[in-house]
Ligand binder design. Structure first.
Ligand SMILES: Cc1cc2nc3c(=O)[nH]c(=O)nc-3n(C[C@H](O)[C@H](O)[C@H](O)COP(=O)(O)OP(=O)(O)OC[C@H]3O[C@@H](n4cnc5c(N)ncnc54)[C@H](O)[C@@H]3O)c2cc1C
Length: 550
C-alpha cells in the first residue's frame, strides 16, 4: 500500500524547505512528504495523487500566499480529500482569520509561525491529528467482509458494533452485490443464515451477532481478575472519565460496555462545544482517545452488558449478560440514556428495517443519493441532519414545534440554513410507518392535513430515557427512572427510608452505599459531555472516601 501523503504548501521556499525537513524527520517512515509552492500547484498535486488513488492524510498550508490564500486552498482541497486533516500556518497577526477559517474552511487547527522547537509546537498537534485521520481511514481492503441485508435489524446491529469498535470491514448487501451471492454459494451458506461474516483466514461466522463476533475480533468478554476496587458500568464520557481517574489513581478498575467506548456521543457526528476541541470532535474519536488513555493507566474493558446488581455485605456483584458476575467494592453507574422509541403503528416492526435510533454514522453511507427523514428538533437531530446532508440527496427534518429556535443551538440552526439539501417541515408529526419487509412510507400530520410520503429511511431523535430497569429496587430512582443520589436522597431534610449508614450519602452516591452514579442517568444531571466527564471524575474522589472507611 502507498504511504499516505503529507502535503506542505508555502510560497516562501526557505520556510517550505524547513517544514518539509521537520515533517520528514518525524513522520518520514510512515508517510510520504510532498511539497508545493502555491495553492494552485498544490491543487494540481492533489488532482494527480487522487487519480492514482493515493491517500492524503494532512494538508499543511501557509496562509499568506499570492494568487490563493491558505484558507482558500484548504477549502478547495476539502472537495478532493474531505477526510485529510487541514492545518493553517499563520503569522500571529492572522490569528483572527485562522479562527474564522475553523468555521468556513473547517480547518482542524492553526499553528503560529515559527514552530520551533517542533517537538513542542508542531509534532504534538500533528501527531494527534494524524491519529484521528488514521482512525477514520479505511485502507484498501484486506480484512472482514459482512454479507447482510440492508433492511435487517441484525445486520444493522452488527455493522453498528463493528464501526463503533473501529473494526474495518467491507459490507456486501445481498440485494445488490453479485459478489455477495457468489461468496455465499462458494461457502455453501444460505440467505437465511445472514448476516454472515467472512474472515481473512477463510473462515466464516453465520447468523453472526455482536457477542459472537466480539471474541473473534479480539475484544475481551471475560474479566481477568477475581476482584476489582471499582466496576464502571458504561463507557460513555462519564464512565471513561471515571476509568481514567480511577485507574490513574491506583484503583483496580473494570469497565463494562456492550457496544463500544464513546457512549451516545459516539453516534453523533460532531461535538462542537466540548472544551479544548475548537474544530469539534466526534464522540467516536473522544471515546477512542479516552479508551486508550484509561487502558494505558491499567483500566480493563469488557465487551459485555450488565444485567443485574447483587449486594452482599461489603461486596457488590455486577451480573453480566452471559451469566457471569464480577466482584467489587465500588460500582459506578454511568449508563447514560437510550433513545426514546417512536410510539406509532409500524415503528417496532420496522426498527432496523428503515427506522433507526441514533444511527447517523453507520447508516449514512447506505443512504447515498436517497431522501432521508429525521424526526426531532433538538441538537442531536440537527447534527444528524447535517451529517446525512453530505450523503443523501435530500434530508427532511420533521419537527413538531413551529421551528428550531426554541430547541436547537444557534450554530446548528445557522449551518442547517446554509445547507441547501436540508428541508424543514415544521408543525409536522409522524403518525404511522408503513411497509412490509422494510419502511416504504410515512403517514404525516401537519396543518395541511394528514398525508402519506414515500420514505425508505427515518432517523429518530426524540429524546431519551434511562435503561436501568435491571437495577434492584433499593437503588432508588425518580418517576422517570433516573437514579437518585447525594442530596436528592433526602426527604424533609432526613435521609430516605432504607439508608442505614451513620453518615450522609456522598455526593453522587445512590441509596445503596458504595454504588455511585454519574452522567446522564443521574436524576437532575445536565445532559452534556463536559458535565458527564466532570461527574465521572469526581465520583472517583467519593469512591476513595468510601473505600477509606473500610
Ligand atoms: C446525537 C447527540 C448529540 C449530542 N451532542 C452533544 C454535543 O454536541 N455536546 C454535548 O455536550 N453533548 C451532546 N450530547 C449529549 C452527550 O452525548 C451526553 O450528555 C453524554 O454522552 C452523556 O454521557 P454519559 O457517559 O452519561 O452517557 P452515555 O454517553 O449515554 O454513555 C453510556 C454508556 O453506557 C452503556 N450502557 C448502557 N447500559 C449498559 C449496561 N446495562 N451495561 C453496560 N453498559 C451499558 C451504553 O452502551 C453507553 O455506551 C449529544 C447527545 C446525542 C444523542
Amino acid at each position: 500500500m502507498a504511504r499516505p501523503i503529507l502535503l506542505a504548501v508555502d510560497d516562501d521556499i526557505s520556510v517550505l524547505e524547513a517544514v518539509v525537513q521537520d515533517l520528514r524527520r518525524q513522520y518520514g517512515a510512515e508517510y510520504r512528504v510532498l511539497r508545493a509552492a502555491s495553492g494552485h500547484a498544490a491543487l494540481d498535486t492533489l488532482a494527480q495523487v487522487k487519480a492514482r488513488q493515493e491517500p492524503v492524510a494532512l494538508l499543511l498550508s501557509d496562509q499568506r500566499m499570492p494568487g490563493m490564500t491558505g484558507v482558500e486552498f484548504l477549502e478547495r482541497a476539502r472537495e478532493t480529500y474531505p477526510e485529510a486533516r487541514r492545518v493553517l500556518l499563520t503569522a500571529y497577526a492572522d490569528t483572527e482569520a485562522a479562527i474564522q477559517a475553523i468555521n468556513t474552511a473547517r480547518i482542524h487547527y492553526y499553528l503560529n509561525k515559527p514552530w520551533d522547537p517542533p517537538e513542542e509546537k508542531l509534532y504534538p498537534v500533528l501527531t494527534d491529528l494524524l491519529e484521528d485521520w488514521k482512525a477514520g481511514y479505511r485502507p484498501p481492503f484486506e480484512g472482514l467482509r459482512v454479507i447482510g441485508n440492508r433492511w435487517s435489524l441484525n445486520d444493522h446491529k452488527l455493522r453498528n458494533f463493528l464501526s463503533r469498535n473501529h473494526v474495518p470491514y467491507r459490507w456486501l448487501d445481498i440485494a445488490s452485490s453479485e459478489d455477495a451471492q457468489k461468496l455465499l454459494e462458494e461457502r455453501q451458506l444460505k440467505p437465511e443464515q445472514l448476516p454472515v461474516v467472512l474472515f481473512g483466514d477463510g473462515t466464516s461466522l453465520a447468523e453472526a451477532n455482536p457477542d459472537a463476533l466480539a471474541v473473534r475480533v479480539g475484544l475481551s468478554i471475560q474479566a481477568t481478575q477475581e476482584f476489582y476496587d471499582m466496576v464502571v458500568v458504561g463507557a460513555g464520557p462519564a464512565g471513561l472519565a471515571a476509568a481514567v481517574y480511577g485507574a490513574s489513581e491506583g484503583l483496580r478498575t473494570l469497565v463494562i460496555e456492550p457496544v463500544a467506548p464513546g457512549g451516545q456521543a459516539g453516534s453523533t457526528s460532531r461535538i462542537e462545544n466540548y472544551l479544548g476541541f475548537p474544530s469539534g470532535i466526534t464522540g467516536t474519536d473522544l471515546g477512542r482517545r479516552a479508551h486508550v488513555q484509561a487502558s494505558r493507566f491499567g483500566a480493563e474493558f469488557l465487551t459485555q452488558r450488565a444485567t443485574g446488581l447483587r449486594i452482599d455485605g461489603q461486596y457488590r456483584f455486577v451480573q453480566l449478560a452471559d451469566g457471569r458476575e464480577v466482584a467489587t467494592h465500588v460500582v459506578l453507574l454511568a449508563l447514560g440514556v437510550q433513545y426514546r422509541k417512536l410510539e406509532i403503528p409500524g415503528a417496532d416492526r420496522l426498527t432496523g428495517r428503515g427506522i433507526y435510533y441514533g444511527a447517523a454514522l453507520v447508516e449514512a453511507a447506505a443512504c447515498k443519493d436517497e431522501e432521508v427523514y429525521v424526526v426531532g428538533g433538538a441538537n442531536s437531530a440537527g447534527q444528524a441532519a447535517l451529517h446525512f446532508a453530505k450523503f443523501a440527496r435530500k434530508v427532511t427534518m420533521l419537527v413538531r414545534g413551529p421551528g428550531l429556535s426554541a430547541t436547537m443551538s444557534k450554530y446548528l440552526i445557522d449551518e442547517i440554513e446554509r445547507t441547501s439539501n436540508i428541508v424543514l417541515e415544521a408543525k409536522t408529526q409522524v403518525v404511522a410507518a408503513e411497509g412490509e419487509e422494510r419502511l416504504e412510507a410515512l403517514r404525516l400530520r401537519s396543518p395541511k392535513g394528514e398525508y402519506c410520503e414515500e420514505a425508505s429511511s427515518l432517523f429518530v431523535f426524540i429524546g431519551a430515557e434511562p435503561g436501568d430497569e435491571w437495577l434492584p429496587p433499593n437503588v432508588l430512582r425518580d418517576e422517570k427512572g433516573f437514579v437518585l443520589a447525594g442530596p436528592d436522597l433526602k426527604q424533609d431534610g432526613k435521609p430516605v427510608e432504607g439508608w442505614r449508614e451513620q453518615r450522609e450519602p456522598f455526593l453522587l452516591e445512590t441509596s445503596v452505599p458504595g454504588v455511585f452514579v454519574a452522567g446522564d442517568v443521574r436524576h437532575g444531571s445536565v445532559k452534556r459531555v463536559a458535565s458527564a466527564v466532570g461527574e465521572g471524575s469526581i465520583a472517583v474522589q467519593f469512591a476513595h472516601q468510601y473505600l477509606a472507611g473500610f
